[in-house]
Design a protein around this ligand. Structure first.
Ligand SMILES: *[C@@H]1O[C@H](CO)[C@@H](O)[C@H](O)[C@H]1NC(C)=O
Length: 282
């Protein structure tokens, strides 16, 4: 027991000696998740909070691509060469934050290919400090594709397909009031890092149904609607009297309308005849 603790402590000292900073989530890596096309802020702050304006720090992606380099005021956005083509014109630091030891950067208009492991390195500090940030850029799922697979007299089988989402969205069917409909287990497959999901449901009422895809981690939600007409039985019990009286009223309305039309027609005829007579008199 005690030797195990001693061993752990020894490891910890070793890590610290090599300048690896452990962050609270245990893995030593901060995870940032953003939606494709939006901006990402990758955090990096010196534990000592000492002024970094005159220091040197270097941001790299996957240990080789140069993302952002700062050396006492000189950096990639004011003349220093060497930045990787992928990040040209898209990365900036926070000048006013440097004096608090904050060397965070912002990557604008992120692409899925920006996903990866980033490091923020202060190689000249004693001890050296390196921070690791994992960036995940999630492609937003496109509008679901919905169709009626099969329809009989009183039920319809609806299918929703969500194609090409780079993080697995939850997919559900809802009625027009927003209630979740019971559905089959979704069929999920993965192809080249993209998810492909199919969800079927059976409905028995005429309504506007929607299939909703949600990606919680990037607060993205998108849906497609489909109108389904189910031929409900007309002459069920209780409907007969309603149709009977409805028919009588409709009949009465038609009779009145026809009478009115007849009167109007006659009136017009009379006036036209009079006009003709007048012309004849001249
Ligand atoms: C560092 O600066 C960024 C940008 O202003 C900010 O979002 C972040 O919270 C700051 N970090 C700390 C630890 O103050």
């Amino acid at each position: 027991m005690s030797t195990a603790w001693e061993f752990l402590f020894f490891c910890f000292c070793l890590l610290t000696a090599f300048g690896i900073t452990l962050t609270p989530n245990g893995s030593g890596v901060v995870r940032v998740v953003v939606k494709e096309g939006s901006d990402a802020i990758l955090p990096c702050s010196l534990s000592t909070k000492e002024n970094a304006e005159s220091k040197l720090f270097d941001w790299k992606k996957d240990g080789r691509k140069e993302v952002f380099f700062y050396d006492a005021g000189l950096h990639y956005n004011n003349g220093r060469p060497g930045q990787d083509q992928q990040f040209k014109g898209r990365v900036s630091h926070f000048q006013d934050e440097l004096k608090y030891g904050n060397a965070s950067i912002k990557i604008r208009n992120t692409k899925v290919t920006d996903s990866g492991d980033y490091s923020c390195d202060f190689p000249r500090l004693q001890p050296r400090q390196i921070f690791h940030i994992q960036l995940v850029v999630v492609g937003a799922s496109p509008e679901p594709y919905v169709k009626t697979l099969n329809q009989t007299q009183d039920v319809a089988l609806l299918q929703c397909e969500v194609l090409g989402a780079s993080s697995k969205p939850t997919v559900e069917w809802q009625d027009s009031a927003g209630n979740k409909l019971p559905a089959e287990e979704p069929q999920v497959s993965e192809r080249g890092g993209s998810f492909y999901i199919i969800l079927q449901t059976t409905v028995m009422k005429t309504d506007n149904y929607r299939c909703v895809a949600t990606q919680e981690e990037i607060r993205h939600q998108i849906y497609t609607e489909i109108y389904v007409y189910i031929c409900e039985k007309l002459f069920s019990k209780g409907d007969v009297t309603r149709w009977f009286f409805g028919g009588i009223i409709l009949g009465a309305v038609i009779v009145v309308a026809v009478l009115a039309l007849l009167v109007a027609t006659k009136f017009i005829t009379v006036r036209r005849n009079k006009a003709v007579e007048r012309q004849g008199n001249r």
